[in-house]
Design a protein around this ligand. Structure first.
Ligand SMILES: [Zn+2]
Length: 404
């Protein structure tokens, strides 16, 4: 199905800006039993709304297929970098809004319950909402109760009936996944108490474009937010941005705190101006962007194929959703990439979608005297380099950004 209307302002004045070809779901890794079955692929195209500046994917995919029917593999606590991030997130937010002890917190998209658990350690009472029964099981082990379902009207009513209104609603990297962000935010206002806070973090589109990172784009990410489009979305639901900051997560994320009927922050005005001047609301910017990423691909592939002609092993590092966008856009499959390594036990033993590269632990590097490594989780590069070099000091790192 094609999205003809802007998900934020409903305008039909939207135009195509980015086309990455056909891609499978990026956050689904394939178990051995389904290895020989074909994966569904869909065109991965983004559109820009000329009215409100919102960017969204053009083709809609079934959210049930994305999360419940397949084994959605992303856990929010999959690396020590992630865990540190969520540890300080819980501390910083509770300080910023001065939340009283024992307050009820609703975490939408609670995943394996890691962040909710951190809030509980600080003395709060967190309840999760998540579509994946598998993740709800993992959260239970951490002592977090989860309402299973996509966050929409029905789920919010279930939450209200069982727990009442929350003082804090948390939704990280989740309503950019929603097929209906307007209803999502309206449902948030229903479960939020009058003086309560809504806090969320998600990848920041301006940073992705500035740094030429196209790999934050995948089917699961339906919306690509800017402060401009978030402001429109929130204000239509009676919420104002009282805090906005750009944090170092997923290579640059927006952290926003909103409240009902409040005054907007100075930082908001400053960032809105920066966004207007950056060219991200102008389709011409994306013509240059596409040209740049295609050129980079051509140059890098030439290098990769030269290595393969000499039969050199190439191992990619980091079985993450963005890595799948990269592999599929570059058409790097198991015939070119020998393995993808990852530290998550939920991914090792599985295969990457469509490209069918086996996922193994980092120890695989030990078996080679000469080996090339391509880091897909570039946001974790500083943490990964010393670990990998310790496993094998002969690893040679290659990347499209560093052409020798
Ligand atoms: Zn719009």
């Amino acid at each position: 199905m094609i999205r003809d209307n802007c998900l934020v302002c409903d305008s039909k004045n939207i135009e195509e800006i980015i086309d990455l070809g056909s891609h499978p779901f990026a956050d689904t890794f394939i178990p051995e039993s389904k290895k020989d079955m074909a994966d569904m692929v869909f065109p991965l195209v983004c559109t820009l709304c000329n009215e409100c500046g919102h960017v969204q994917t053009k083709y809609s995919t079934d959210p049930n297929a994305r999360y419940s029917q397949t084994d959605y593999s992303y856990t929010s606590s999959n690396s020590s970098f992630s865990r540190n991030h969520w540890d300080s997130y819980a501390e910083e937010i509770s300080e910023e809004i001065n939340l009283p002890n024992g307050s009820l917190i609703a975490e939408i998209g609670s995943n394996d319950g890691y962040l909710s658990e951190q809030f509980n350690k600080l003395g709060y009472n967190s309840v999760g909402v998540d579509p994946s029964p598998y993740m709800a099981e993992l959260a239970k082990v951490r002592g977090i109760n989860t309402i299973i379902g996509l966050f929409e009207k029905e789920t919010s009513e279930k939450f209200l009936n069982k727990y009442g209104q929350a003082k804090l609603v948390v939704a990280n990297n989740v309503f950019n996944h929603s097929d209906n962000p307007r209803d999502f935010v309206k449902a948030v206002t229903k479960i939020l108490s009058d003086k309560g806070y809504f806090v969320f973090e998600q990848p920041y589109w301006l940073t992705s474009i500035k740094t030429e990172k196209f790999d934050q784009i995948y089917h699961e990410h339906v919306s690509y937010f800017t402060v401009k489009s978030v402001k429109k979305l929130l204000s239509d639901a009676g919420l104002s941005i009282i805090y906005v900051n750009i944090v170092n997560y997923h290579g640059g994320s927006l952290r926003i705190i909103a409240q009902k009927n409040s005054k907007s922050s100075e930082a908001e005005k400053r960032i809105l101006e920066e966004e207007e001047q950056s060219g991200i609301f102008d389709s011409e910017t994306y013509k240059k962007f596409m040209q740049k990423i295609c050129n980079q691909r051509n140059i890098f592939l030439e290098r990769v194929y030269k290595l393969k002609q000499k039969n050199k092993p190439i191992v990619a590092v980091g079985a993450a959703a963005k890595g799948n966008t990269f592999l599929n856009f570059y058409n790097l499959n198991k015939t070119v990439i020998d393995y993808v390594t990852d530290s998550s036990p939920h991914k090792i033993g599985k295969y990457t979608p469509a490209t069918r590269i086996p996922i193994v632990g980092d120890e695989i590097f030990k078996k080679y005297s000469e080996v090339y490594a391509l880091i897909l989780s570039w946001n974790l590069k500083d943490q990964l380099l010393p670990i990998l070099s310790k496993i094998n000091p002969n690893i040679q790192f290659i990347s499209p950004e560093e052409i020798p």
